[in-house]
Design a protein around this ligand. Structure first.
Ligand code: GLU
Length: 420
């Protein structure tokens, strides 16, 4: 895992703090503010899994639904040793804002299991997944809450969840999770969607600051689904990607890296580190490289008050959730760095998840062209809505995205009223 910077921020306090800040700016109704400060529903489960050697281990997992005011809960499931309830709460709240920024009819939710999946066999991973799915079965479903992949989960994990829930219901329930393989009702373009959405937003942003992507230099931190694909899509757009990293460290080559070749090397060796023709660089130093576009695509809390003033990028496109702390935000804004906030920049993933769910419910599937055209439309429109607020109210892009998102959720909440 990517080492977190020195400053240890509690991400849940950070997420609540962001809401508080925007509530003040937009004069949010205090009743609505109080409601949105808390997750609506939290489920913590401790469950046993039989390991391959016959031992029984007990794992802890969570599923948090922050809001279902605009539609069912939606958000990924993370398998990571650092997962805790506060992190899942923050990630769930950010999903509420994310689905609202891009205007798709969902609330926000998130799940997580405290586990290092790299230490499990495939069979152990499957048993853990099926048991966790069974434990959270009571609160998920196509109309209730729809999980998806997140850090260290993937289409295979989604297949097991889909199958487990289907076994319980007695029929195939494709729409209970998204990010499934194509053979099980997945969507074309879902695998690339987070990175692709990020690229669509970057394409709009560079125009605003007079930067030519063809002439640009990029750096990507994290080499999972979002980071790897962002790196090769950036290269396809003509940007020179000089450095990438994973949890074990980073690599740099000033002449540019071929993400496909790096990915092949990582598949063989377990890390990008040691890629032929590259020099090693730490994750911390990588963030401070001179570049035009910096894409944090790993975990939370990597751009903090300790390193924010050393960031030299012109644009930070947050493919990760919560990579920048509020203290860092203030410094970056002061230094005129354009932040493309997570709830906008990485919303492509959940947007194509929405397309997948729609296709599953309709049993009618779209071409890749249709998926990407609709994704491009939503991402670009959302960028411009956020940019307009940024200009009109002279707030940074993150606050602008929050104003848009919180406004939409607040409107839904107000219209629905408070039951009973
Ligand atoms: N885990 C992704 C995110 O943080 C995708 C969520 C989804 O598709 O529901 O946005």
């Amino acid at each position: 895992m990517v080492t977190k910077a020195k400053e240890k921020t509690n991400v849940w306090q950070m997420a609540q703090g962001q809401l508080d800040q925007v509530a003040e700016i937009m004069n949010l109704d205090p009743n609505i503010h109080r409601i949105l400060r808390k997750p609506a529903r939290e489920l913590t489960v401790n469950f046993p899994v039989i390991m391959d050697d016959g031992r029984v281990e007990v794992f802890t997992g969570h599923r948090v639904q922050h809001s279902t005011h605009r539609g069912p809960g939606k958000g990924g499931i993370r398998y990571h040793p650092d997962v805790d309830l506060d992190e899942v709460r923050a990630l769930a709240m950010w999903m509420t804002w994310k689905t609202a920024v891009v205007g798709i009819p969902y609330g926000g939710a998130k799940g997580g299991v405290v586990v290092d999946p790299k230490k499990l066999s495939m069979r152990e991973l499957e048993r853990l997944t099926r048991r966790y799915a069974t434990e959270i079965n009571i609160i998920i479903g196509p109309e209730k809450d729809i999980p998806a992949p997140d850090v260290y989960t993937n289409p295979q994990v989604m297949s097991w969840i889909m199958d487990t829930i289907s076994m319980d219901r007695g029929y195939t329930v494709s729409g209970v999770v998204t990010g499934k393989p194509l053979a099980l009702g997945g969507s074309l373009g879902r695998n690339e969607a987070t990175a692709q959405g990020c690229i669509y937003v970057i394409q709009e942003a560079v125009q605003k600051i007079g930067l030519d992507l063809e002439d640009s230099v990029s750096v990507v931190q994290g080499f999972g689904n979002a980071g790897y694909i962002a790196a090769y899509l950036l290269k396809e757009q003509g940007s020179k990607v000089i450095a990438v990293s994973d949890s074990k460290g980073g690599i740099i080559n000033e002449k540019g890296l071929d993400a496909h070749a790096v990915s092949k090397y990582k598949a063989e060796t377990g890390s990008v580190v040691g890629f032929p023709g590259s020099e090693p660089i730490s994750n911390e130093a990588l963030l401070e490289l001179k570049c035009d576009i910096l894409v944090p695509a790993a975990l939370e809390n990597v751009i903090t008050r300790d390193n924010a003033s050393k960031i030299k990028a012109k644009i930070i496109a947050e493919a990760a959730n919560g990579p920048t702390t509020p203290e860092a935000d203030a410094i970056l804004t002061e230094n005129n760095i354009m932040i493309l906030p997570d709830i906008l920049a990485n919303a492509g993933g959940v947007t194509v998840s929405y397309f997948e769910w729609v296709q599953d419910l309709a049993n009618f599937f779209w071409s890749l062209g249709q998926v990407n055209e609709r994704l491009s439309c939503i991402m670009k429109e959302s960028f411009h809505s956020v940019y307009e607020i940024h200009k009109k109210y002279n707030v940074n892009m993150r606050l602008a995205a929050y104003v848009l998102a919180v406004g939409r959720v607040a409107e839904a909440l107000k219209l629905r009223g408070i039951y009973p």
